[in-house]
Write a protein that binds this ligand. Structure first.
Ligand code: NAD
Ligand code: ZN
Length: 360
């Protein structure tokens, strides 16, 4: 038997206000005055002086504002790469993503596509990336996805929604400053935080579980419970804990897999553009059959925070549209296998998935 040998993020700084250390962290990584640092920043921060004024711009460094209203697409990643290559004489010294999972995934993908030829769609899958990317840094401003620690960057391409999973994908440096999450709107704080909660439930109940995943998953789950069930406010302690829950949740699935909620929400997202956090909540809400305890606790959290989980998304879909979602979902074999074991196809038929989607 051979075991997978995973890379990890080699450097991480944690603490309220550690964002101020960005300049001192980046300076030694600069290749030359002509090789810029490119910041991919969520456009929600445009005009936000508190954050933007602390981004150290020297020489020809540049901020690119990107909207998080759509999930990353391979065509956009290729476009940013092409623009950077056209604008600068030298390959950038580094790419820095500032935002949620969307910006973190853009930063990883653009860094890889600056050193790998062709389209990012050619690299959707496992271990297809051939060359090390440019130095890349992740700075999350919302907690939950685990994208800051994961070995993938999830992209929607012409044919599929699938990550570029590779040893070159993880960040070279992560900056965890919980203060950056203080202004996240409540619904979004819940949806993205539940991505983490769902990672834990899917990992801890999965057939791929081992002591490595369990140790991270249990810690993360405990932190999620503190934040979403025990605490009455989103105070500084809650911000700190949710940031670390996200990290541990990401570590937990590194050595196992996600499960039914992710397999189905990828279908929703591919067809309808439903975003990851909210899509996971819409699906998980209907998964009592697979995760009875997790779903009961999730419903308690929804109630406590008075969160709106949309319903009726699939009410008016055509047979063809259902088929597209079902195809995307069924293609995610490792997720189903983790959730239900090698014989998963005995439980999960096209008819079964259709009936489940119809409830959402
Ligand atoms: P997001 O990045 O899409 O952001 C959600 C919303 O929150 C956006 O409107 C954004 O503008 C806003 N926001 C972010 N930070 C804010 C702040 N500090 N103040 C105010 N508003 C803020 O959301 P997400 O849930 O973090 O990421 C979802 C994406 O992550 C999806 O594309 C998904 O595919 C990806 N993902 C990747 C991985 C991975 O391992 N690479 C894992 C899970 C999810
Ligand atoms: Zn997720």
């Amino acid at each position: 038997m051979s075991f997978r040998n995973f890379p990890m993020v080699p450097r991480v700084v944690f603490g309220r206000g550690c964002f101020n250390q960005l300049d001192e962290i980046l300076t030694p990584q600069r290749k030359s005055e002509k090789a810029p640092f490119i910041y991919i920043v969520d456009d929600v921060f445009k005009g936000n002086d508190w954050l933007i004024s602390r981004i150290p711009l020297h020489h020809n460094d540049k901020i690119i504002y990107v909207s998080a209203s759509e999930e990353p697409k391979t065509s956009y990643v290729d476009g940013y790469r092409d623009d950077i290559v056209a604008e600068f004489d030298e390959i950038p010294s580094g790419i820095i993503g500032i935002g949620g999972g969307t910006m973190l995934d853009y930063a990883k993908a653009v860094a890889l596509m600056l050193t790998n030829p062709g389209s990012s769609a050619d690299y959707q899958g496992w271990d297809l990336v051939k060359n090390e990317g440019v130095y890349h840094v992740g700075i999350p401003t919302i907690s939950g996805t685990g994208a800051e620690v994961s070995r993938t960057t999830v992209l929607t391409g012409p044919e599929r929604k699938l990550g570029m999973n590779s040893d070159y994908t993880p960040f070279d440096q992560v900056i965890l400053d919980p203060e950056l999450t203080k202004d996240v709107p409540t619904n979004q704080w819940f949806y993205t935080g539940m991505d983490c909660y769902i990672h834990c439930i899917e990992s801890l109940t999965g057939t791929y579980l081992n002591a490595f995943s369990e140790s991270y998953g249990e810690k993360s789950l405990g932190l999620c419970r503190e934040v979403y069930l025990e605490k009455e406010t989103r105070d500084e302690d809650a911000q700190d804990k949710l940031m670390m829950a996200s990290w541990h949740g990401g570590m937990s699935i590194a050595y196992s897999q996600v499960g039914v909620a992710h397999a189905m929400s990828y279908g929703l997202s591919y067809l309808l553009g439903t975003k990851h956090g909210i899509g996971n909540c819409i699906v998980f809400d209907q998964l009592e059959e697979f995760y009875p305890e997790g779903v009961a606790e999730f419903k308690q959290m929804v109630k406590k925070h008075n969160i709106d989980i949309p319903k009726g998304l699939c009410a008016n879909l055509t047979d063809k549209e259902f088929d597209i979602m079902i195809d995307v979902s069924l293609s995610l074999v490792p997720l189903w296998e983790n959730a239900l074991g090698k014989d998963w196809q005995q439980t999960i038929t096209r008819e079964k998935l259709r009936a489940m989607y119809e409830k959402m």
